[in-house]
Design a protein around this ligand. Sequence first.
Ligand code: IMP
Ligand code: MG
Length: 172
Amino acid sequence: MKENISVLISEEQIKTRIAEMAAQLNEMYKDETVYVVCTLKGAFIFAADLVRQMDMDVRMEFVCASSYSGTESTGKLVMKYPLDKTMEGKNVLLIEDILDTGRTLKYLCDYLKEQNPKTVRLVTLLDKPDRRVVDIQADISGFTIPDKFVVGYGLDYDQRYRHLPYIGVVNG
Ligand code: IMP
Ligand code: MG
């Protein structure tokens, strides 16, 4: 089942990097309340590991916007699961699995900004800058990776491989 996957970023590397990212966030927000908006489905494992190292007052929210089927981005976005409360006046930290073309994050950022939050910041575990078509950057990014389709640690290929504890590349 997993023999066609080669490890790109190991479980250990992810763990180390998440500790660094959490330290940065703890410094950034200090004693403030942060509304963490986890984008489903891909960011669920990353968000779960990251928030457990965040020591301010954290509130969890979830959204699902989707533009993807198979390995090619369709460019069309649908809000499958919107926020169930307003982010007005709040510190919002959007957590994404991967920043690829940038369309999803741009769409979600615009969606959040319409609600007049106090601050909006973006955290992504992975960044594929070579693929960008929309001008958007994360405030904190875990790893910059080459233009390869990756799976694991929340990321899927047609809903498979999300449960792998590392980031891998599907061969063939
Ligand atoms: P964007 O809108 O093109 O930036 O795409 C973001 C979404 O595409 C992510 O949230 C993922 O669900 C999906 N995606 C992009 N690249 C990959 C990949 O290499 N592996 C798995 N999913 C990916
Ligand atoms: Mg996906």
